[in-house]
Design a protein around this ligand. Structure first.
Ligand code: ZN
Length: 385
């Protein structure tokens, strides 16, 4: 080997080291640059662009501490007229929502009913119906130009009559034919919502649940999460219905299931926090595809606004940070408006002021939402103090 060759090898080595150093500096600079950007903002409102690259944000620089992900917003009411779609999308946009799941409603009042809410018409039967899903899908297509550039909107089908599972595949096929690929989620459906007994809806009998097999397989293959309302029990018998939900989890462990309101309701308000959390964590530990949501203001009204109870829930939320979704559970009747949406958003967000940065990023800033729907190219900003 000549001296010239040795010199050449040395030159190549030096060039390589130089190139690696330059790339390293460039990489670190870019990472740090995003951080500097945020440091320079006085107060920052997040946009979807902040999710398209690696970002770090100081928590105190966020202008609004409310969540940006509403995973349970019913664009249709139980009965009567709804606020129109574009107006409702603006309710969300004005509260800085970047991602949402639009649902119909599990059961609706008859079309000629004067009531907007089932409680206003006791004794009148509410029934699962495909109407809300169709109306939502038509609106989605018509108004998509209003949100497709700055919001992620997931449409959820909520017609499912869990009492008559044999009919469900037929209706899914129908929606698929009319709106191919549009529905990416299922629910909110009611496995057991005790209050609806007044409107002639019973909890699903345990022996019907195995008959869900064919549609649950379809959801599993299509990776469609299903949002299930299932009361744990009531104030007289705290655990009255828990076996129903357990049966679903046991029979369908491969389905992504979102258990709404952590199994609580207006009829179950006296459960001891430790006992409640013991049940929910046992479920979360046993079923890895199970998620819970902290939607509906009743959680604030009955738990989160009280410091002594809240302090028990915060370590739980920090621990199960990657299994929890936030949302309003807003029901969009014509009687509702921007202020009510904002209030429900404020109240259901309240607890997230107290969780750690990691939980805040996953729940409030939407990393869990991104993971569940496997949204490519999006990452929630990392959060620091
Ligand atoms: Zn519910």
């Amino acid at each position: 080997m000549g001296i010239k060759n040795i010199k050449n090898i040395k030159n190549i080595k030096n060039t390589l080291i130089l190139l690696i150093t330059i790339s390293l500096i460039y990489y670190i600079f870019n990472k740090y640059k995003n951080y500097i950007n945020y440091k320079n903002y006085n107060k920052k409102i997040l946009t979807l662009n902040d999710y398209k690259k690696y970002n770090v944000i100081k928590r105190s620089n966020l202008k609004n501490m409310n969540y940006v992900v509403d995973t349970n917003v019913h664009f249709r009411p139980y009965g009567g007229e709804a606020n129109n779609f574009s107006k409702t999308i603006n309710f969300l946009r004005n509260s800085n929502i970047l991602m949402c799941i639009i649902t119909g409603i599990g059961q609706r009042l008859p079309l000629d009913s004067k009531c907007h809410y089932y409680l206003d018409c006791p004794g009148v039967p509410v029934k699962p119906s495909i109407i809300n899903d169709v109306l939502n899908a038509v609106d989605y297509k018509e108004y998509r130009h209003l949100f497709e550039n700055d919001m992620i909107v997931i449409l959820s089908m909520s017609f499912l009559d869990l009492h008559k599972p044999e009919k469900i595949p037929l209706f899914i096929e129908l929606l698929d034919n009319e709106f191919p690929g549009l529905f990416k989620c299922v629910g909110e459906v009611n496995l057991c919502k005790e209050i609806l007994i007044n409107n002639k809806v019973s909890c699903i009998p345990k022996e019907i649940i195995p008959k869900w097999k064919s549609f649950m397989k379809f959801l599993e293959i299509r990776k469609l999460p299903i949002i299930i309302h299932s009361d744990i029990g009531n104030n007289n018998n705290n655990l009255k219905y828990i076996d129903l939900f357990k049966t679903v989890c046991d029979l369908y462990p491969n389905n992504k299931i979102i258990w709404t309101h952590m199994g609580l309701s207006k009829e179950l308000t006296n459960m001891e926090p430790y006992e409640h959390l013991n049940i929910v964590s046992t479920f979360l530990d046993k079923y890895p595809n199970l998620y819970i949501d902290i939607t509906w203001r009743i959680l604030y009204d009955n738990i989160f606004k009280y410091k002594n109870k809240r302090d028990i829930y915060i370590p739980f939320i920090n621990k199960y940070y990657n299994r929890i979704l936030p949302g309003t559970d807003f029901v969009n009747s014509i009687l509702k408006n921007q202020e009510i949406y904002k209030l429900e958003h404020d109240l259901t967000s309240y607890i997230l002021n107290f969780v750690d940065n990691n939980a805040y990023r996953h729940i409030a800033l939407g990393q869990n939402f991104i993971n569940i729907f496997e949204l490519k190219g999006l990452t929630a900003p990392y959060v620091i103090d």
